[in-house]
Design a protein around this ligand. Structure first.
Ligand code: GLN
Length: 245
């Protein structure tokens, strides 16, 4: 059976901080290296969402960009995206994207921006920006031995409510809010994280975890063959070394 994966990049023209777009390259390459056909669609303000998407990705952006796109995300695309999230389609949101997957983001001196609520989290800006490298232990069941590395830069403090689960537990860095030691969130197949870098080149296990979720949601239980990750794991280790100094 030949497998096909459709990835939708949400607002690539507005939400692309610290190389977030590199996450798309990693997903595409790691799928293609397994002989999977991949199609990437870009969707921005004024565009509609098609139903055949298996994986939605949204990167980070400043408050300004978030303010520009939030009404379009909520009013034009929200119902469709919520329905697809309920059907188990995979979503990955980074930083500003993560915040808008939640219920709302309240910037410091501006009105609240409503999100689409596919993650049971909310975010409020604090006074100090959380900037630096992050090292976290995965809290995904069955993946507790894996770690995540990346770079964070945000003023938003994100808090998890009842239905959201933490993605990681902070070893070094601030994470969601600098107090509860959680990094990111997940619920069904929706994942959010503050980690730029981009995230997936340095955390190849997480790229494959997400690809398997997306393909399994479409085709039933899919297990990907391993790749030679020598270089990627070297980068992961180096990032841990730097932050542990
Ligand atoms: N505007 C948000 C914040 O500062 C998101 C920043 C980002 O995406 N890096 O909290």
């Amino acid at each position: 059976m030949s497998l096909e994966l459709v990835i939708c990049h949400l607002y690539p023209d507005l939400m692309n901080l610290y190389g977030d777009r590199g996450n798309i390259s990693v997903l595409v390459k790691r799928a293609q290296w397994r002989g999977i056909d991949v199609k990437v669609i870009s969707v921005s303000i004024g565009d509609d969402i098609s139903s055949d998407v298996d994986f939605f990705f949204m990167g980070g952006g400043q408050d300004r960009e978030q303010r520009l796109l939030a009404p379009d995300l909520v009013h034009r695309k929200g119902d469709k995206l919520r329905k697809l999230a309920e059907e188990g389609v995979v979503f990955l949101g980074i930083c500003g994207g993560y915040q808008l997957f939640g219920h709302y983001y309240k910037p410091k001196n501006n009105p609240r921006l409503e999100g689409i609520g596919i993650l049971d989290v909310y975010t409020e800006a604090g006074d100090k920006r959380f900037i630096g490298n992050v090292f976290a232990r995965s809290k995904l069941s069955g993946y507790e031995d894996f770690t995540l590395v990346g770079f964070e830069n945000h003023s938003g403090r994100t808090y998890l409510s009842r239905d959201a689960n933490p993605l990681g537990e902070i070893i070094k860095g601030y994470g969601n809010n600098g107090t509860d030691k959680f990094e990111g969130a997940w619920q069904r197949n929706v994942f959010g994280t503050y980690l730029h870098g981009p995230l997936l080149p340095k955390n190849p296990w997480f790229a494959d975890f997400l690809l398997e979720k997306a393909l399994s949601n479409k085709y039933g239980n899919i297990k990907l063959s391993p790749l030679d990750d020598t270089l990627e794991l070297k980068a992961h280790k180096k990032a841990i070394e730097i932050i542990s100094r």
